[in-house]
Design a protein around this ligand. Structure first.
Ligand SMILES: Nc1ncnc2c1ncn2[C@@H]1O[C@H](COP(=O)(O)OP(=O)(O)OP(=O)(O)O)[C@@H](O)[C@H]1O
Ligand SMILES: [Mg+2]
Length: 243
């Protein structure tokens, strides 16, 4: 897929979260967004998802400009699978119902078809044994895998992940990262905000390094990690790779 930002700025009150992002990301299948806390990664992801509206500039996805009126944004959001740090599953519903409900209520599928779709995905991703459990009865890694299945179930144009493993211990992190790598292997388009540099390097073809509301460096992931150019990125990598 392709992404193009043209003068995108976003302010929260007095705080300028994104300054003036102008950038055409070359064709990619998997894009990693990295950078220090508070730098603007989530804000940029939410703008791509149509959940946040920039007060200046615009963005294009696959050459198509994202319109910012409510009707267009609603339609846009429905075509994207989003997975956030907290799993955001409904606690009173079973894992399966968590996937079925949005298919029926938001996407208008008949109940029967929604159940078949969800059931098939649970089978395919080895979650069938957990389908009837409620989130509290699942591990964090299992909950996050259910959240990912829910995102895939809507047949999204692409998937957005915002630090999908930051609430997980190392073993569950590996379980979820393996799952995301598998989705990439299936040819799905992904945009991932992550603090896990090994993962970013391995699964992404393009990478954006964002700090202080600006894209400080962008490029082919292999090059960017092998040969970081800006002092900010050199420092950032040294810091996060120290331990
Ligand atoms: N809804 C909001 N209201 C006010 N300020 C916000 C809001 N969302 C983000 N900000 C501010 O905008 C800046 C960028 O935030 P953002 O969440 O995009 O950073 P981030 O790179 O995702 O950080 P982290 O790695 O900690 O998740 C921060 O200074 C944050 O405090
Ligand atoms: Mg964030």
């Amino acid at each position: 897929m392709r992404l193009e930002f043209c003068g995108v700025g976003k302010q929260f009150g007095e705080h300028q979260a994104l300054l003036d992002i102008t950038l055409a990301v070359p064709e990619f299948q998997s894009l990693a967004i990295i950078g220090p806390s508070g730098g603007g990664k989530t804000t940029l992801l939410r703008i791509i998802a149509g959940l946040e509206i920039p007060e200046k500039g615009h963005l294009s996805i696959n050459g198509q400009r994202l319109e910012v009126h409510e009707e267009a944004l609603l339609a846009h959001r429905r075509t994207i699978g989003t997975v956030f740090q907290a799993y955001n599953l409904f606690p009173h519903l079973t894992a399966l119902e968590n996937v079925v409900l949005p298919l029926v209520k938001v996407h208008g599928l008949p109940e029967r078809e929604a159940r078949d779709t969800a059931g098939a995905l649970f089978e395919r991703f080895q979650l069938a044994g957990h389908a009837q459990r409620r989130p509290a009865e699942l591990s964090g890694g299992q909950q996050q895998r259910v959240a990912i299945v829910r995102a895939i179930a809507i047949k999204p144009r692409f998937l957005l992940f915002d630090e999908p493993t930051s609430a997980l211990d190392p073993e569950m992190t590996a379980e979820v990262l393996d799952f995301i790598a598998e989705l990439r292997g299936e040819g799905r388009d992904l945009i991932i905000v992550t603090h896990n540099m090994g993962f970013a390097r391995e699964v992404s073809d393009q990478c954006l390094f964002i700090a202080s509301g600006e894209v400080q460096e962008a490029g082919d992931s292999g090059d960017l990690f092998r040969n970081p150019r800006s002092p900010l990125l050199v420092n950032f990598l040294a810091k996060v790779l120290r331990y």
